[in-house]
Design a binder for this molecule. Structure first.
Ligand code: GLN
Ligand code: ZN
Length: 800
């Protein structure tokens, strides 16, 4: 070929490529789910009014429909291309799925309510008052239908209803919700991508009433329902579905992996069904990669915030007919993304796969972040410029898609603003406290241990505390009755002044101390009347924390929480609890426990800064709590309890990450008390009962006394403490505080009997399962009296 001709050829080729670039489509932005509650928590209000009987079912459904419509429109206006439907739920999306497939335990269908599916739905979610009162005047818990169990959705603070199935279970498509909501959006001119919880995750999250059957063994029975609903979606013009299989980020057995093969070979049939975007989130797919890549689905959504490293593998292995959805905008945290860095990171992917085969998405549903930063009036502008809530995250998606599709000119201003805000955050004086940073460096070298081993401390503590065998105590809080909550809210609103409020709290503490003395408890508490929440109360008094007005995130059903935002180095400017402890101690000569929330729990229930390792932030909180521990000790507290209600829930999914987490979490807990005297007795409390897999870490916490939840398991959960020969003292809960029922002395004695089969008498404390703030005094008073009576009886019969 002569040179002239070949140059011309090259030129033509170049213009062809250029031309194709110019006509290439803009990358699609995808939202995986939007918060359900509404900016003013409209859904919460409607649900609670409906449950009270104040509004009709139609009113409730109308509020729900209005919210869906508003949220679809909002996403469309923000320029989102792939908008979800069926991400909405009246209570919980796992429960919706259970209803959809007809996994409804028989008792919920009772009372002729077969045809009112909403009644069944809420009965499964919340239980139902029984109506077979025998007339004896006692409250029979058994005459009520209990709610299904609720548990945490992976490592989020969202709780789902655990589906219950049985060996004879048959599945049948029971609800139209998925189709109805797709059509509802279509009528608004929006063709959505419906979200379905995938069949494998659904079954692996479900539990079976009979122990000997594995829910996953019912997969072949369940799949026809999915086929049914997918075929219906296809027939109404639905091109794609988002099939959520978050279980893919956990370690799966060979059997579980083949369940994926089996299911998606059937559901992946794009002739019969909409195309499937197989969606994983909350981490990388790890060892499941090969399985995932072999499935006959048309797309993968991957979490590139928590599973950064999986990008290359997917880019090199996806097949030509597949789409890759890149989850780069963090659906779990509230920080503004570094868009320029993301553009650099994703450019090579766009070059390799082209703009048509990729989508840019949120890492997971936006369910876990507040709805709109613009509602915040209390946060200052600087702090706000660092943050991004659900609505702002949609803007970020849009900007990224434009910039990566060769349309950077359209978004230059916004990219510059993004850069300026991030630079501002990096250089802000507010996030850095040099003293704290210096302390942090020092404690990293510290092993955070108490001066003497447990056996030495124990002897000294025993001599000072002078407690009887089976000492009795409570976990900290007493009923937060309406008048307590009203006083606090009146004080916050300025309706009553500080003196009035404080004398109210003082009076309450005085009464609580008097009653505890009368009922005969050995170690008293002040009752936590002044606390709104066990994390917020501390966060509000620490430097480095911010609080939103409207930053609500759904926790379960209609319940929402406002997690604090940890934006800077944490320190404690002044004592937080010492005064109320002193007030309480001034009323009695018995021992009053100091009561604190531990660093790991504060961390796990907050939005944590992303500019330093989580463990460093946790160490800073630990140091702040340590200052408080020291001040309590100085003021005379002989026993200090540091609650770690949420230590277990921070546990990573993968074995290899677990050990590292436990190591720093436990170290942080120990750090809070490494400076106290041998004679000071440190307690901790944990709100759960499964310790089998973490018993070594629990022992390594080295608390002198630990109280745990056990009343519902006949103390079998103590087996692991026995096998481990756990050396320190334990208070296994003997009163189930989740129920209004008052346990009798005999029952408590029975439970203590079971405990004595597993632990030595001298190790045992006697206490309820958890704090009593959600209970009523009428239940608490007799229950605690029975508990004390049980301990006294036992002292007469058992000796050491
Ligand atoms: N001290 C707290 C209370 O009694 C502990 C609660 C908890 O750990 N959830 O309320
Ligand atoms: Zn608890």
């Amino acid at each position: 070929m002569e040179i002239g001709r070949s140059l011309g050829y090259l030129r033509a080729l170049r213009s062809l490529i250029k031309g194709s670039k110019m006509t290439s489509q803009i990358i699609k932005s995808a939202s995986l789910g939007f918060p359900r509650m509404g900016a003013r928590r409209e859904l919460k209000t409607a649900l609670e009014q409906f449950w009270k009987g104040n509004i009709s079912k139609d009113d409730l459904l109308k509020t729900a429909a209005d919210l869906r419509k508003r949220h679809w429109k909002l996403q469309k206006d923000k320029g989102i291309d792939v908008i979800p439907s069926n991400d909405f739920s009246l209570y919980d999306h796992v429960l919706d799925t259970a209803i959809m497939v007809g996994a409804i335990p028989a008792e919920y269908k009772a009372n002729g309510e077969n045809n009112d599916i909403l009644k069944t739905y809420f009965a499964m979610a919340r239980g139902r008052e029984g109506n077979n009162d025998c007339g004896c005047g006692n409250h029979h818990i058994d005459s009520n239908i209990k709610a299904l169990e609720m548990t945490k959705w992976f490592d989020t603070n969202y709780h789902y209803i655990v589906p219950e199935i049985n060996a004879k279970q048959s599945f049948k498509l029971q609800s139209e919700k998925l189709i109805t909501e797709f059509l509802e959006a279509k009528a608004e001119g929006i063709v959505t991508r419906p979200v379905l919880l995938g069949p494998v995750t659904f079954l692996l999250l479900a539990k079976c009433r009979e122990d000997d059957i594995e829910p996953l063994s019912l997969l072949s029975r369940l799949l026809p329902v999915y086929q049914d609903v997918l075929a219906q979606l296809k027939s109404v013009g639905c091109p794609w579905v988002q099939m959520d299989e978050p279980i893919l980020v956990t370690a799966l057995s060979a059997n579980q992996k083949s369940a994926f093969d089996y299911a998606y070979k059937i559901l992946g049939d794009a002739e019969k069904f909409p195309r499937i975007m197989l969606t994983s989130y909350f981490g990388d797919v790890g060892d499941n990669l090969k399985t995932v890549l072999s499935l006959p689905v048309k797309g993968y959504h991957i979490d590139l915030v928590r599973g950064k490293k999986q990008l290359d593998a997917f880019v090199s292995h996806i097949r030509p007919e597949q789409t890759l959805s890149l989850g780069v905008i963090d659906g779990r945290n509230i920080w503004r993304s570094d868009l320029n860095a993301l553009i650099d990171r994703l450019k090579p992917v766009v070059e390799k796969l082209g703009t048509e085969r990729i989508q840019i998405a949120t890492s997971c549903s936006l369910l876990h972040v507040p709805i709109d930063l613009n509602l915040e009036v209390n946060l200052d502008d600087e702090l706000k410029s660092w943050l991004s809530f659900a609505s702002q995250k949609l803007d970020e998606l849009h900007i990224l898609c434009q910039a990566l599709s060769g349309n950077a000119a359209a978004v230059t201003g916004r990219l510059a603003a993004n850069k300026a805000a991030l630079n501002g955050r990096k250089s802000s004086k507010r996030i850095r406290n040099n003293l704290v940073q210096k302390q942090l460096e020092n404690v990293k070298k510290d092993r955070a241990r108490r001066a003497s081993p447990y056996s030495t401390r124990h002897e000294k503590q025993k001599a000072i505390l002078n407690l009887p065998l089976f000492p009795t105590t409570t976990i900290g809080s007493f009923p937060q009755s309406p008048d307590v909550r009203k006083a606090r809210s009146d004080y916050t609103k300025g309706i009553i002044d500080k003196t009035t409020y404080e004398s109210f709290i003082t009076k309450r503490i005085g009464e609580a101390i008097k009653w505890q003395e009368e009922v005969g408890l050995d170690v008293l508490v002040h009752g936590e009347f002044e606390r709104n929440d066990m994390v917020q109360y501390f966060g509000e008094q620490l430097e480095g924390f911010a609080f939103t007005r409207h930053g609500w995130v759904q926790s379960y059903g209609s319940r929402c929480v406002r997690p604090p935002i940890i934006f800077g180095d944490v320190s404690r400017p002044r004592p937080m609890t010492v005064k109320w402890w002193q007030v309480a101690q001034s009323f009695t000569s018995k021992i009053v426990k100091g009561m604190l929330t531990g660093p790991v729990t504060i961390l796990n229930w907050s939005f944590v800064r992303d500019d330093q390792p989580r463990e460093d932030t946790c160490r800073q909180i630990a140091l702040a709590i340590r200052n408080e521990v020291e001040d309590l000790e100085k003021a005379g507290a002989k026993i200090i309890q540091i609650d770690e209600a949420a230590l277990r829930e921070g546990l990573p999914f993968k074995e290899k990450d677990k050990a590292y987490y436990l190591e720093w979490a436990v170290e942080c807990f120990r750090l809070t008390q490494s400076t106290v005297k041998d004679t000071t007795e440190i307690h901790t409390h944990m709100c759960y009962s499964e310790f089998n897999d973490i018993i070594t870490a629990i022992a390594d916490m080295d608390a002198d006394v630990i109280s745990i939840e056990t009343s519902r398991s006949k103390m079998e959960l103590l087996d692991v403490f026995k096998q481990f020969k756990y050396p320190n003292e334990i208070g296994p809960g003997v009163y189930d505080i989740h129920s209004p029922r008052v346990p009798s002395t005999e029952e408590i004695l029975e439970l203590l009997g079971y405990a004595l089969q597993r632990l030595e008498a001298k190790q045992l404390w006697v206490n309820p399962d958890c704090g009593l703030k959600t209970r009523q005094w009428e239940e608490v008073k007799p229950a605690i009296a029975n508990m004390v009576a049980a301990a006294k009886t036992l002292r007469k019969t058992v000796s050491v």
